[in-house]
Ligand binder design. Structure first.
Ligand code: SAM
Length: 169
């Protein structure tokens, strides 16, 4: 079970990026995303993608992030450019009951202490979506994007055209 904790979401400004955090999490092999700020619109958007393209994947918004971090029983990884190199840390990260924390703007300092490990996907600033995708892909050895998720719609790989099949419900 891999859970993503998205901190600092501001519904008016971050809707698109947080939606992409959730979609990248789902596509690259995570099971659910927790968002610190309540945002029913974001929940609806993600539920619709899951209905259309398949699941299982869950989203919960308005979570008490400090409580989640304090009470988490598995491993807590915070993705930050200030952390230790991904390649060095990866062999020591268990795959089950993992919480992966990503920020938006400045992450509260206590997150660095509450996490078991602060991990950098390179030490250059980029994006929570990029950091999450690379982290999950390396962690799962590409297995996340190879899964077949069954939804209403299925894409058939094609060299040139868009081949979409609709599944009868
Ligand atoms: N300047 C911000 C800070 O002090 O944390 C970084 C904001 S960045 C736009 C948003 C999030 O992307 C960060 O909280 C972190 O989770 C992730 N991120 C950005 N670059 C990263 C990197 N090189 N390695 C790991 N995570 C990164």
């Amino acid at each position: 079970m891999i859970t993503i904790l998205r901190l600092g979401h501001r519904p008016a400004r971050d809707k698109r990026v947080t939606t992409h955090v959730a979609l990248a999490a789902r596509a690259f092999g995570a099971d659910r995303v927790l968002v610190s700020t309540r945002d029913p619109g974001l929940e609806r958007t993600v539920h619709e993608v899951v209905r259309k393209f398949g699941g299982p994947f869950e989203i919960e918004t308005g979570v008490a992030w400090k409580k989640v971090l304090r009470e988490w029983r598995g491993t807590k990884v915070h993705l930050t450019m200030y952390g230790l190199p991904l390649d060095e840390i990866l062999p020591r990260i268990p795959r089950d009951d993992l919480l992966v924390v990503v920020g938006a703007e400045k992450v509260p300092a206590e997150v660095f202490d509450l996490a078991d490990v602060n991990v950098a996907v390179g030490n250059q600033p980029h994006s929570e979506v990029a950091a999450l995708a690379v982290f999950l892909d390396r962690l799962l050895g590409g297995a996340g994007i190879r899964r077949i998720l069954r939804g209403r719609i299925e894409i058939a790989p094609s060299p040139r055209s868009k081949l979409v099949r609709e599944r009868a419900e």
